[in-house]
Design a protein around this ligand. Structure first.
Ligand code: GRG
Length: 302
């Protein structure tokens, strides 16, 4: 069987050395801020995004070394987004990567500033470590598009708003699915797309290769987020190193809810039976169905 963690290991080790060095910072960075940034960035993560950058560069015939600076930059943006996502004003989480979240460890103000600094440092890093200014500008452009209002941040805003939307507000589960996909493509997928494209660009790929890897990463991002939603129902905090069960707890509808809604709607339509419930939203889980229905319909093979 393919052991994906073994495949990722050399990329993870390479990027962690680079991240450590990139997060030293010079005179002028207050010690508490430096510690908070290093705490968040160097916490044990999978480093999937930098691995995607480096693998995309290799896929285009480039060298891993060409992809280290963009890999560091995307991981900085990712770390900032996790710090801010965990804040009380957003997901209000106290566990991330198996440790207390940055605002629990350092206080909210420092956590916010650590995220802010990381956003700027990502671009500073590309500016400083990509010698060709045209290449640097192109990489910065891809990253900025992914991180901005129509990408990560826009997706996050709509994701937070989704806590107040009920599936029944959509004409059908299929329209709800489209809305959810749009959120996932921006909140989660956009950064993966940037990773693949930045790797391909850094590796000297053609325009076709850059576009093709971008399409791959868009699909990967969607699959990643759907898996994340399912794991929120099926895994424990010990397994994932972060709180689980939070989506249904907040009445946020996710893909498992839609699967449940769609299956029941399909059965109702196929059988014409009146006693199978219609797709109407209600708390918890926001699918219109209780969590036991959702749990059984999201088990693999069920
Ligand atoms: C605050 C602007 C802003 C955006 C937040 C990152 C994000 C958007 C939300 C995090 C919530 C979340 C769990 C989203 C699912 C996708 C995701 C980013 C999961 C975490 O990524 P992993 O599993 O984490 O790659 P590690 O810790 O391995 O790096």
């Amino acid at each position: 069987m393919i052991d994906i963690s073994e495949i990722l290991r050399p990329y993870r080790e390479t990027i962690e050395v680079a991240l450590d060095s990139a997060c030293q910072f010079g005179v002028g960075c207050p010690e508490k801020l430096r510690e908070a940034i290093r705490y968040a960035v160097l916490a044990p993560g999978k480093r999937l995004r930098p691995a995607l950058v480096m693998m995309s560069a290799e896929a285009c015939g480039g060298a891993v070394d060409d992809a280290i600076a963009p890999g560091v930059a995307v991981e900085m943006i990712h770390a900032y987004s996790l710090i801010h996502d965990d804040l009380p004003a957003m997901d209000d989480d106290d566990l991330r990567r198996g440790r207390p979240t940055t605002h629990i460890a350092f206080g909210q103000a420092t956590a916010i500033l650590a995220g802010d600094a990381l956003q700027a440092q990502a671009f500073t890093h590309l500016y400083s470590f990509v010698p060709d200014p045209v290449l640097a500008a192109r990489l910065m452009g891809e990253l900025a598009i992914a991180a901005g209002a129509t990408g990560l941040v826009g997706g996050q805003e709509d994701d937070l708003a989704a806590e107040n939307i009920d599936v029944s507000e959509f004409e059908s589960p299929y329209l709800a699915q489209q809305h959810l996909e749009s959120i996932h493509r921006r909140k989660t997928g956009a950064l993966f797309v940037a990773c693949a494209k930045m790797g391909a660009i850094a590796g000297g790929g053609t325009e076709e290769q850059v576009a093709a890897l971008g399409r791959y990463a868009d699909a990967f991002g969607l699959a990643f987020q759907i898996t994340d939603d399912v794991l929120d129902f099926t895994s424990s905090a010990e397994q994932l190193g972060k709180r689980t069960g939070k989506d249904s707890g907040r009445g946020k509808f996710t893909f498992p809810d839609l699967m449940a809604a769609q299956r029941i709607e399909d059965s109702r339509l196929e059988s014409g039976m009146e006693d199978i419930p219609q797709v109407e939203g209600s708390k918890p889980g926001n699918s219109g169905f209780d969590d036991s229905t959702i749990a059984t319909t999201t088990q693999p093979g069920v």
